[in-house]
Design a protein around this ligand. Structure first.
Ligand code: PXL
Length: 279
């Protein structure tokens, strides 16, 4: 069984980050360890009086203990992280990586053209060192533009704009880019995938509402599928399908997150189907 370390916050309530990644990646049959970047009472997407504890100061001792116990990982999936822990996280990844370990990076920092509350304007540039080493970089449109130091464009763009974003992110150093939230018409929403050679697209019908945590469900399913040996296009398409199915099953009163539990049977089917696998 492959062993993954997921590095992102615990939002105690609200279905995002680790409370999504842990069950989803485990359901894919991957041993999932966690390094919580911070503990929040709930995510920052709609609750009041959020508590926030940055766990950077615990990281050196955690690393020391893991090294004493010879703990190593086949893969790392980073999501929401804090500004002061970018260097310690890189040190942990370097020290605990098995040879050839994969790095999946979701540069969580914003959506709909704006940074999430709590992040400074400098954060996108500070996060770059983690992104440039990614085997798979999974930004949404807002994060892609911010990483490149550009103003996000949410509509009125065309295919050349998307493909330039992909090429520019690729030239930062990431080996594969999976760009979410791409739409060329009002009825569909999709993903653009670039491996340095070809651009592929995968579209689904656009649903009437959106929700916090969809990016985390997407990245978690993608990660599980990649670690199960699926190819990048299959993994991205499965991730988008699972997000859509879970969103369809999410009632309006569950505005704070995606009811991903309802899609776990389909997820397990998707990652255990044999073809098509990567070579
Ligand atoms: O889903 C992304 C995310 C992760 N973690 C925290 C958040 C958000 C989005 O709002 O607030 C704490």
């Amino acid at each position: 069984m492959k062993k993954l370390l997921s590095i992102q916050d615990i939002s105690c309530y609200g279905q995002c980050s680790l409370t999504v990644a842990l069950p989803i990646i485990s359901a894919c049959g991957i041993e999932t360890a966690v390094l919580p970047s911070a503990v929040l009472s709930a995510h920052t997407g709609g609750f009041k009086e959020i508590t926030f504890r940055d766990l950077t100061d615990d990281m050196p001792a955690i690393l020391k203990s893991w090294l004493a116990n010879d703990i190593r990982f086949d893969a790392f999936y980073t999501g929401y992280v804090c500004e002061r822990q970018i260097a310690p996280i890189q040190a942990i990844i370097k020290a605990c990586a098995k040879p050839g370990a994969l790095r999946i990076v979701d540069p969580v920092m914003g959506d709909d053209g704006v940074l999430y509350s709590g992040f400074t304007e400098e954060f996108p540039q500070k996060l770059r060192p983690i992104c440039v080493n990614a085997d798979y970089l999974l930004p949404n449109l807002t994060e892609a533009a911010l990483l490149l130091g550009e103003k996000p464009r949410l509509d009125g763009y065309d295919q050349p704009y998307i493909e330039e974003l992909l090429r520019n992110l690729y030239s930062l150093g990431a080996k594969n880019i999976i760009l979410t939230g791409v739409s060329f018409d009002p009825n569909t929403l999709g993903v653009a995938i670039y491996d340095g050679k070809r651009v592929a697209y995968d579209f689904n019908p656009r649903l009437p509402h959106s929700s916090p945590g969809t990016g985390d469900v997407f990245a978690s399913v993608f990660t599980g599928a990649i670690l199960r040996g699926k190819n990048i296009i299959y993994a991205a398409s499965l991730a988008a399908d699972i997000v859509c199915l879970a969103m369809q099953n999410t009632p309006p009163e569950h505005w704070y997150g995606v009811a991903f539990e309802t899609a776990i049977p389909e997820l397990v089917k998707g990652v255990t189907t044999t073809p098509p696998s990567s070579p």
